[in-house]
Design a protein around this ligand. Sequence first.
Ligand SMILES: [Zn+2]
Ligand SMILES: [Zn+2]
Length: 185
Amino acid sequence: MFIYIVFFGDIEERLILGVAGNVRRTFGLDVRVSSVPFPPKLGYNPSRDQYHAGTILRYLGSLDFPKLVKLVGVVSFDLYEEGLNFVFGEADLGGRNAVVSINRLRHPDEEVFFLRVFKEVNHEIGHCFGLGHCTDPSCVMSFSSSVRDVDRKGEGFCSSCMDFLKSSLNPYLRNPDQDPHKPHR
Ligand SMILES: [Zn+2]
Ligand SMILES: [Zn+2]
């Protein structure tokens, strides 16, 4: 079972590898990076010069891969949703697909930049596993309306979000130490 990540736009190789490694560590599932064409100007709104997040989510929903658990699209361009100036990302709550924009997360210090991206990717995948927003300001599931909020929160899940996440992940994880068919001696 795999979490797949697809990258659209101008995204450096180092970040792609970093995100893949971070997702693998955070969720304990294997990660595959796939390259998929991005339909020209999909979701592009010329009057805003931004891309509509929901349209990209629907496109992700049309894709399929072997043993796919969750699919994350990481895009270099700026995203919006109706009624909002911009969004860092969007996900199907308890569903399969998520999209994250790195556009507003850039920082001259690569470490700061990458950490911001890891947080937003973890956050949107958390939504896919059914987590809502968390009131713990240090939890990665707390809501961010600015890049300052992104910097404030941690990259990990608070204990209650982690408990929830573990139960959502349970069907996908194999634990050889807990084989119910193994006889006790
Ligand atoms: Zn959220
Ligand atoms: Zn939390």
